[in-house]
Ligand binder design. Sequence first.
Ligand code: SF4
Ligand code: SF4
Length: 496
Amino acid sequence: MDIRSQIGVVFHLDKCIGCHTCSIACKNVWTDRRGAEYMWWNNVETKPGTGYPTAWENQDEYKGGWEKKGGGITLKGAGKLKGLKNIFHNPNLPTIDDYYEPWTYRYEDLFNAPEGNDQPTARPISLITGEPIEIKSGPNWDDDLSGSPLYGRKDPNFKNLSDAEQEALFQVEKLVMFYLPRICNHCLNPACVAACPSGAIYKRGEDGVVLINQNVCRAWRMCVTACPYKKTYFNWATGKSEKCILCFPRIETGQAPACMHSCVGRIRYLGVILYDADRIHETASASESDLVAKQLDLLLDPNDPKVIEAARKNGIHDSTLEFARKSPVYRFVKEWGIGLPLHPEYRTLPMLFYVPPLLPVLGQVDDQVYETTTEGLFSTIEKTRLPIQYLASLFTAGNEGRIREVLKKMQAVRLHRRSLTVGDVSAELVKAALQEVQVTPEMADAMYRLTSLANFEDRFVIPPAHREEAIEAMESVFEEKGATGFGFRMAPARGL
Ligand code: SF4
Ligand code: SF4
């Protein structure tokens, strides 16, 4: 066992209201700079939709992530040889049009325009060229299903849906949507780290935050191709790549990242998780149907004495272990099993987990009336409004059974709470619902509390920083280029 600690994150999608406050908080703190205008380290997408950069999930075009080859995995488009071949022209990079051309408005014209018969206007001007532009796209252009026939239909997650199922989704009375906020996943098997020819990207030993050393980056942009989530960006002014840093200066001082601190829907949770790095390669190479289960297996019980002993041996501080025992991320993902990784088939082992949205699945319209009664709620998961295949394509590499199981757990919690607060659900129905998904009433109450009533301290359980562990634990990414799993070079030796 090679135990490491990682800051993990959970986003609860049923609670996201799509307000973009998180994106604005991040923009104001980190990317309000020359060369970074088009970057949104945090963005929020409407699903179904193509997102930002457009159709980022289409790996036939972008060639991001890892693919299974023989018993192992290789980088899809940015490995040693493939990278060398494309070093002077990389055909798999998104262009500025795939993101959008950033703009501002000539506000001074509102004040300085000469007197005339018309109201002065502030024309949009490109933040890249400084010239007037006609705005054709933006980072959330398909927000709230705007233009859904144009954008929603191109969503790569529709590939497993029949034409009739797709068509049904675009009829006005059947339109359905939810929001998907995205940041870097600070993956356990980061393709960006493995692809960098300069060894500039690294995973911090003490907490797994993935960073780009600005002094070492040589602008090859292999990380942009390799990250299947398109969460590394090239700064055209500095000539270096950049990405979400999980607000590490804030985390090190005990504060939640800016996007999480400002989240209006309180959908975000952060906490320590422990994992076994010895099993990264085996986990990332699993067959598609096993990927989620294997990934969750990798996360270890922080209360297990054997895990505690092995973690201590690896130099993990007692304070980190104590915070791992209180981690809300561990509870959602491992204890309750309702947190799922986004696109596990990319095999980067993301450490951001999503509780899938139950509401767009359940919402029913019967005789033109929005159905809100509790009658037969379970059957509505089977008669789902948003096809289960769609959610399975996003969160379980196509494993529909796993998505159903998670949704049924969430629904059982709702039935249980409804019977306590409204009282219109029979005790037998609640008992059967809880038993089916092996959730006790106490567990259901805990899930409800952390979902609905959690305060700041419950949502963000931030361990004390241990920078000294990183210095001892850093892996030479240069030597390990193209390999899987990054972090410790060897079991760290303490002392001088
Ligand atoms: S999401 Fe994963 S692969 Fe992409 S930049 Fe973040 S750590 Fe790297
Ligand atoms: S601030 Fe929170 S609720 Fe608003 S869009 Fe971002 S994640 Fe969703």
